[in-house]
Design a protein around this ligand. Structure first.
Ligand SMILES: [Zn+2]
Length: 270
């Protein structure tokens, strides 16, 4: 799946673009490191919806454990589909691109993260960080294919989460992390909607023409093929955007509306 890096980069760019705009009162990042961490979570969350496919690269992130989660998710998504479909919706035999590819999933996942962190504090925040870092790394490097690379990804993600936890204690902010997860998932949905089959963004709850599961996709001429040239173009565009936004986050934060000082300013407020 060539789309993995594109999803991860779109999530990173979205995260960097909004990190500084989230009020500190709900846990918005107050430092450049906090903003970069926030963007790492949106990058990982931008892979999360494809956990509904055991064959997807992202489902191999944490080895047999995440493949198992993917099987459960696919079956749950298929069950939700069958419970909510109307007679006019087609029959399906797998749950890929259904429940986890809706705005409801984006909202629910962010809410769940926010509530868990609100109730239990730092530990779930670090677990979310660990999981999302793993997904982001897997998304960026889909070609890694040795049978043990998932152990490396798991180790690197765990170490990074522990380091951030020790170094950046205020990262354990409930609603900001929940929002990061929601934004990342929405970035995935938009990316998938650009590919041929579209996504059922309002699936299950909002009916149109007697169907509960209808795909949102752009006009034909704008649709692009996964694995195609346009995907590469998007990947380059999102990568350039993410790098530029990361540069601004660190060196010209005021340009993003951030209140933290630029690196090298000696700590004066910008
Ligand atoms: Zn997808």
């Amino acid at each position: 799946m060539v789309m993995g890096p594109t999803h991860a980069m779109s999530g990173a760019a979205a995260g960097l673009a909004i990190a500084a705009l989230i009020p500190a009162s709900i846990g918005g990042p107050t430092t450049a490191v906090g903003a970069l961490t926030f963007a790492a979570v949106t990058a990982g969350a931008a892979l999360l919806p494809d956990i509904d496919s055991p064959q997807a690269t992202v489902s191999k992130t944490f080895g047999f454990i995440s493949v198992g989660v993917a099987h459960v998710t696919e079956n749950a998504a298929l069950a939700i589909y069958h419970l909510s479909k109307t007679d006019r919706d087609s029959d399906r035999n797998n749950g890929h691109r259904t429940a986890t590819h809706t705005v409801w999933f984006a909202a629910a996942a962010g809410l769940l993260v926010g509530v868990l962190i609100g109730l239990f504090g730092k530990l779930p925040a670090l677990i979310v960080l660990f999981l999302m870092l793993g997904l982001a790394i897997r998304g960026l490097f889909p070609e890694w294919s040795s049978s043990s690379d998932w152990l490396a990804i798991t180790g690197v993600s765990a170490a990074a989460a522990v380091a951030v936890g020790a170094w950046q204690p205020q990262m354990a902010s409930a609603w900001a992390l929940g929002l990061a997860v929601t934004v990342g998932i929405l970035a995935h949905l938009l990316g998938d909607a650009l590919t041929k089959s579209g996504v059922p963004m309002l699936g299950g709850l909002v009916g149109i023409g007697g169907k509960k599961w209808w795909d949102v996709c752009p006009p034909g001429f704008m649709r692009i093929k996964a694995n195609g040239v346009a995907d590469k173009v998007l990947l380059v565009a999102f990568t350039v955007a993410a790098l530029w936004l990361a540069y601004l986050t660190v060196f010209e934060p005021a340009a993003l509306g951030a209140s933290w000082p630029p690196a090298g300013s000696g700590g004066q407020a910008a």
